[in-house]
Every structure is written in C-alpha cells, then in structure tokens.
Design a protein around this ligand. Structure first.
Ligand SMILES: O=C(O)CCC(=O)C(=O)O
Length: 331
C-alpha cells in the first residue's frame, strides 16, 4: 500500500501546504493562539517526599500535566536516544519503508503516517515510528529499527530507566489519591504493565500557521512521559485556553492519560494537548505511553467511590476502551 510520507513531501520544497493538511479555520494555530507568560508546573523529584506528593497531586488535579526534573535519567542517555531516533529518520526512504506499519490491518508497530479516509478529513504534519518496549515477553525486536545498529541497546537502556521513573511517579500519584503506594501499578497489570515508544518526526512545514503536528487529543494511556528535541511545539489545554510548553533541557513531559482519569473517578483529568510545527526546523519527540495490558479491567478504584461520590465512569477492559476510542464510540 502506497503511503505519502510527510518527510518526503517536505524535502521536495513545497511553497504552499497541500489541502489535506490545512486545518479548518477554528483549529489553525493562527486563530487559536496560546496564552503567553504562564508556565506549566515544573516538579523536581529531589524535593522532600511529603512536598512531592502534594505538588504532584496539585499538578495532576489542576493541569493533568507537568515537567519532571531531577529524575535520575542521565542526560547522555536522552541524547543517545535522540541520536538513534534521528538516524533512523535520516535513512533513505526505501529503507524506512521496510518497516511500514498498516493500522487498517491491525499492524500498529513500525513506521507510519496517518492517512485521510475521505476528502474532508484533515491529516497531521507528522511521521512516526511506534513499537512496544515492555514487558519483555511481548516485545518484537524484529519490528524495531535495525539501523542504526545501536538502536536496540540504547532503547533498551532507556526503557529500563523510564520504567523506574514511571513506577516512582505511579507510587507518588497513588499516595496523592490517598491510596496504598502500589495501587495504581497493580491495577495497571503489575509486571505486565506495558510501555510503548512513539517517535514523532515533524519536518519543517511551509505554512505552520495553517497546520497541526498532532491534533487536539487526550492519550488512551494511563500516563505518557515524553522528551522532545529543543524545538518547542507542545501545547496543553487548561480552563478553556491553550498554554505553550517551553523547552526545558532534559526535563520529562508528564501527561495524565485516560486510564488515570477513569481510575481516579475524574479527580485527575486526562490532559488535552496538541503540537504545532515550525517553518524552518524539524521537531522530534519521544513519547512513552504506559498502558495496562488489553485484558485488564479498568474502572473507578473502589477506594475512591462511595455514596457521596458515585462512579462517573463504566468499568471495562482496556481492549474495549481502545476499540471505542479508535472508533469514536461513547465510552
Ligand atoms: O510531540 C508532542 O509533543 C506530542 C505528541 C503526542 O501528543 C502524541 O504523539 O500523541
């Protein structure tokens, strides 16, 4: 199946943005500008435990989003992760196509670009590479980039580190919700909890004011932890406005996802976010989605509901949640 890649389109040197990328007027960045001068919460993991639980609780409740510093992942490892991802996207097009995925046939892992299903539908200015990283029994190394040869070693190292940080943050969030510290990880499958890697490549765009890198969405995951390159573009929605997230070197961009919203019975909201693109520069981001296994049952946690606070969400398997979200059915 022939797929037009955004990176290939961008390298031919377009003067104008092709019609399928031109967003409807109200969605265009030029008509939906972010609020200036307000910064998202930045949380250092090195602060005292009690203060940490409280600030994370407040950030999850108010924003569903925060930046994490002093997380213990070596900056050189983040740099290496960015190098191997960048090298993959610099391969000749025919090499990258060997990894093409086909979501229409249920093959999600690999190299991808969203396509329009009809003339009216708009697409995003982004190509990506998506694969599972954890747990080891579900990882298919054959779908990971074979080039550069260090891709696997670097990504496995990053997986180990990001898993540790994810576990720490899930413990802190459990405590902030007044739960036992292992509660969220256990509900998300314990050792079967999954980590998925999505590398986004947003090439320079001829008319960035008319396009979006990713359209407004919340993540299906429990939580998402992302590192971008130095080109800003992410915006998060709060109280009826977009807020631009400035680049902060080596910080982790933490998002509350749909599963935590359900488990917390809406105490924490899955953050709506979008990304913008740049006229001259390539933006890249490495998003790690932490999800339950497909068979896990997810609903408001019993400790968080009672007669005064009844369940606001139904309980269903993660597979059912995914099916409904992909097909835009009510949850
Ligand atoms: O690149 C970003 O900052 C956001 C990416 C994102 O939201 C996604 O891949 O779902």
């Amino acid at each position: 199946m022939e797929v037009e890649r955004v990176q290939a389109l961008a390298t031919v040197g377009l003067d104008a943005l092709p019609a399928q990328f031109v967003r409807p007027s109200h969605e265009r960045p030029e008509n939906s500008r972010a609020i200036e001068g307000m910064t998202v919460p930045v949380i250092s993991l090195s602060q005292p435990h009690h203060a940490l639980v409280r600030t994370i609780h407040e950030a999850c409740r108010e924003w569903g989003f925060f930046l994490v510093t002093d997380h213990g992942i070596p900056p050189q490892l983040i740099r290496r992760l960015q190098e191997v991802g960048g090298e993959f996207f610099r391969l000749p097009q025919e090499e990258k196509e060997k990894y093409a995925n086909d979501p229409s046939r249920g093959s999600f892992e690999g190299y991808g670009t969203k396509m329009t299903k009809n003339r009216e539908e708009k697409v995003e200015w982004v190509d990506y590479f998506f694969h599972l990283m954890h747990p080891p029994c579900k990882v298919k190394h054959e779908v990971w980039p074979q080039h550069p040869p260090s891709y696997r070693e670097v990504t496995e190292e990053y997986n180990k580190e990001i898993l540790k940080v994810t576990e720490v943050l899930l413990e802190l969030i459990s405590e902030g919700l007044g739960l036992e510290k292992n509660a969220l990880k256990a509900t998300l499958g314990g050792d079967q909890m999954e980590l998925e890697m999505k590398i986004n490549l947003y090439p320079p765009c001829p008319q960035p004011q008319l396009a979006l890198g990713v359209e407004p969405h919340t993540d299906m995951s429990a939580v998402t932890i992302l590192v971008p390159n130095e080109v800003p573009g992410l915006q998060v929605w709060k109280d009826g406005s977009w807020f631009a997230v400035d680049y902060l070197a080596d910080a982790l961009f933490f998002h509350v996802g749909d599963q935590i919203e359900v488990l917390s019975n809406g105490k924490y909201k899955s953050v709506l976010h979008r990304s913008l693109v740049n006229k001259e520069k390539t933006r890249m981001s490495w998003a790690v989605f932490c999800t339950p296994p497909h068979e896990a049952l997810i609903g408001p946690l019993p400790g968080l509901i009672d007669d005064h606070n009844p369940a606001k969400y139904s309980t269903k398997t993660y597979a059912e949640f995914r099916h409904r979200k992909f097909n835009k059915l009510p949850q």
